[in-house]
Design a protein around this ligand. Sequence first.
Ligand SMILES: Nc1ncnc2c1ncn2[C@@H]1O[C@H](COP(=O)(O)OP(=O)(O)OP(=O)(O)O)[C@@H](O)[C@H]1O
Ligand SMILES: [Mg+2]
Length: 275
Amino acid sequence: MTLDIQNVTKNFPGPRQGFFGRGEGFTALDNVSLSIRKGASFGLVGESGSGKTTLTRCILRLETLSAGNVLFDGVDIHKLTPLEMRRLRSRLQIVFQDPYASLDPRMTIHDIVAEPLVIHGDVVNLNARQRTERVLELLLQVGLRPEHLFRYPHEFSGGQRQRIGIARALAVGPEFLILDEPTSALDVSVQADVLNLLHRLQEELDLTYFFISHDLGVIRYICDDVAVIYRGKLVEQGPVAEIFDHPKSDYTRMLLDAMPDPDPDRSPFRRKAAV
Ligand SMILES: Nc1ncnc2c1ncn2[C@@H]1O[C@H](COP(=O)(O)OP(=O)(O)OP(=O)(O)O)[C@@H](O)[C@H]1O
Ligand SMILES: [Mg+2]
């Protein structure tokens, strides 16, 4: 499975002005191209408002494109029928930034994690008992416990909630995960635990990650390749080590300079091998 983003541009129309016409529009993505190969962990880094979430919404077809293509295994996502799109969505899941807002407070953990199994019942054909078994398996996989099954989101910490979000994203056995700032709402100590979990899951389940963050330390810890986005444009991309050691653009250099220089022996973000 490969994801190819080819020359994607996204313009948002400006506000309505009178009966005719609109104010000036806004270009959130400007001719963005990148390619994520199977098994990779591809990072996207950029400051707030640079277009990161808009790009994930374009990949998931939650936005129409103004120009360009998004190809999944060579197939143009924006040309799929609704049924084909739903099938594809079982292979392509997302973990959201805010584990407080993304879990329905009225649903038990069981129902939250089982929901995608119901939605994609034509792909993963499980009866109610098998679904519960699958949910239990997923909870253990993300470091939660069987007794958590019938509790509600408010009974969990931020880190635990993000584990629930991850379990939900993994439920239907996707190949590809989009992680949109999955740890930035969490305390630093909890962040490291969730990053470790994501790193372990990627290896265990042979997942491909598109990992979005404004934090270069997190990207360095998790990713093999990285693209740097600034005001909707990619300013550079390449292997993480290369971009970190030999940044080509002033913007990347500025991001690197702004990064705290953590004690290498203590930082959880230092190197994959260190944890
Ligand atoms: N539906 C919309 N209509 C108009 N403008 C939008 C819309 N959605 C996003 N934008 C604008 O597009 C730009 C990029 O937004 P986006 O949410 O992609 O940024 P981001 O990089 O994810 O930021 P953050 O790090 O804060 O999450 C912003 O200036 C935003 O205001
Ligand atoms: Mg965002």
